[in-house]
Design a protein around this ligand. Sequence first.
Ligand code: ADP
Ligand code: GN1
Ligand code: MG
Length: 367
Amino acid sequence: MSETPVPSHFAEVLPLFQLEGRFDRAAHYGSGHINDTFVVHCDTGAAQPRRYIAQRINDRIFKNVPALMDNVRRVTAHLAAKAGAGGRQLTLISAADGGACARDAHGGWWRFYDFIEGAHTVDRVTNEAEAREAARAFGDFQAQLADLPGDRLHETIPNFHHTRSRFENFRRALAEDKAGRAAEVQPEIDFAFARESDADLLLGLLAKGEVSERVTHNDTKINNVMLDDATHLAVAVIDLDTIMPGLPLYDFGEMMRTSASTALEDDPEPANMRVDLRLFSVLVEGYLSSAVGAVLNARERSLLGFAGKLMAYENGLRFLTDYLQGDTYYKIKYPTHNLVRTRTQFALVRSIEAQTAEIDRILATVR
Ligand code: ADP
Ligand code: GN1
Ligand code: MG
C-alpha cells in the first residue's frame, strides 16, 4: 500500500469548513497509522499559502466521532486559554455550522487544523536534545490537563492501555486464526505467552491505589510532538485522539518505546532494535523536570523503565493480533508489515529486560 490518495470528492469537503483563501492543492501528509492526513494549500494573495491539516477520522477505530471531537475541542480550548496569545498549539478550524468536525456525503468524518508552520515531526529521535524536549513537552502537556474543567473525558477507545484486555484480544485472535497465519508465528506466540503476567502488574497497582489515574495523552510517540525547525524546541503536542483517563506511566512508556530506542518501530532487522540507555536517561531527566515530575510518587518513578517494556510488549501484542486477524487495524505498506513490527517490538522488550539493572541504576540517580 502506498500513500493514501486525496479522495476524488475532496472538493465537496472544503465548503464544510471555514477556510481562508482559495483552494490550491492537497496532498497526503505524515506517517500516522490510523487517520488519513492531508496538507491543504489555500491561496490568500499572500506570499506564502495558508496551510491546513485535513484529517479524515478513522471511524472503524473511533466508533463515536462526536464524543472524540468533544474531547479534542475541550482539550484544545483549555490549552489555548493557558497558552495565551502567541502560543502555538493544535487549533481546530470551525466547520461551516460552527462545529468541530463535519461529515461528507459519503459518511466520512472530517476535521481541519491550522497547519503549525515552522515546525516538524520526526519518526525517530536523532539526538539527546530532541528526546529531552519531547519528554518535557509531554510531561508539561499532561500537567496542564490536571485542571481540565468538566466531566470525565470520553474513552475514545475503551481499554486502550488495559494490557490484560489486549492480551485477551491476542488470545482470541490466535484461537480464531482468521488469516491462517498462526503456524508461521510460533516464536512470537511463545514470546507473548512467556510474558503474560507483565500485563497485570500496573493494573494491580492501580487497583491497590499505589499508582494513580490522570488525564493522559496515551499516544506519546515521538512523531506526535512538533519541534521548532530552528530551535528544535517542542512547540506543540498533537494527535489528541486518545486523550482520556490513563496512567502517566503509559505516556512515559510510549515515549521510551519510540524515543529511547535505536531503530524505527518497523525496522526489518530486529537485531537493530535496542534500548538506548543514554536517551533513556535524558528522557527521564526531561520528564521529571517537567511539571509532571512533582506529581509522580516514588512507586511510579521506580516503574518508568518497566513502563517502556510494557508499552513495547503491548504494541508488539497489538501488531501480532492485527497480523493474525488479517491486517484490519493499522495501515500497512506490505503484507508482513505487522509481523515485522511485532518482531522489532519484541526485540526491544528483550533488550529492556537485559538492561534492567542498568535502567534501575539510572532511575536511582536521576532526580
Ligand atoms: P495519526 O493519528 O494518523 O498519527 P496525526 O494527527 O498524528 O495522525 O497526524 C499525522 C502527522 O501529520 C503528524 O505526525 C504530523 O507530522 C502531521 N501533523 C498533524 N497535525 C499537524 C498540524 N496541526 N500542523 C502540522 N503538521 C501536523
Ligand atoms: C498508532 O495514530 P498513531 O500512528 O500516532 C496507535 C498507537 C500505537 C501506534 C504504533 C489510536 O498511533 O496506539 O502505539 O500506532 N494509535 C491508535 O505506532 O491505535
Ligand atoms: Mg500520530
